[in-house]
Design a protein around this ligand. Sequence first.
Ligand SMILES: Nc1nc2c(ncn2[C@@H]2O[C@H](COP(=O)(O)OP(=O)(O)O)[C@@H](O)[C@H]2O)c(=O)[nH]1
Ligand SMILES: [Mg+2]
Length: 225
Amino acid sequence: MSDKQPQITVAMISMNEEAAVGKVIADIQAAAPGAHVLLVDSSKDRTPEIARAAGAEVIRQFPPKGYGPAMMRALTSARGQVVVTLDCDDTYPTDRILPMAQEVLSGRADLVDASRLEKKPEAMPWVNYLANWGFAWLASILFLRRVTDLHSGMRAYRTSLFDEMTFLAQGSALPVELLLKPMARGKKVKAIFIPYDERTGESTLDPLKSAWWTLKRILRVRFGF
Ligand SMILES: Nc1nc2c(ncn2[C@@H]2O[C@H](COP(=O)(O)OP(=O)(O)O)[C@@H](O)[C@H]2O)c(=O)[nH]1
Ligand SMILES: [Mg+2]
């Protein structure tokens, strides 16, 4: 950890990502030198040791509480003006970290969403793609602006957003609310398109539960219940 106060935190949550974590942190450090790297980790494997040895701050959350509580902990523990999130499974392009952070630091955006869904990614099964596409259209209609990817794990957030508004950590599909609520509150939300790579290791996602929570979160933010 460096002594000077970083402006950028790159935050990840991790559960049993020992196959990917070392490479992901090395890629982050190469792409964003001086950024603070933070993991909220709920692993049983060697992920936390590998991350600490690589210079990351590791907050242990064990036993695991699920994606939402881990992600909220990461977002609210970030240092500096901007926090960029990534999955810890080597599926997101680390070379976009700095350009996304720069949009926030410059004041042009409060949130930048890295959409994986400009077109169907080869690594994404059709059923996931169609579900994502349908929910993105529903949100686009209800929020009166084009949204393409509600579930991206790669975002840049102005850290002050987490002092200004609260998000429901419990339940699946938290990224939906993390995108739509700032949008509904008039924050400057931008999107870029990114490529999406094959995952290293297994996904923890339960698709039906995620679909149900996606719908609930869209309606909750839009209609305030
Ligand atoms: N700390 C923590 N991390 C989690 C938990 N569940 C999932 N993750 C991590 O969250 C990220 C996204 O999960 P992933 O399985 O890749 O979901 P997918 O990208 O939708 O397939 C990965 O880095 C996981 O290791 C949890 O309960 N606690
Ligand atoms: Mg992932």
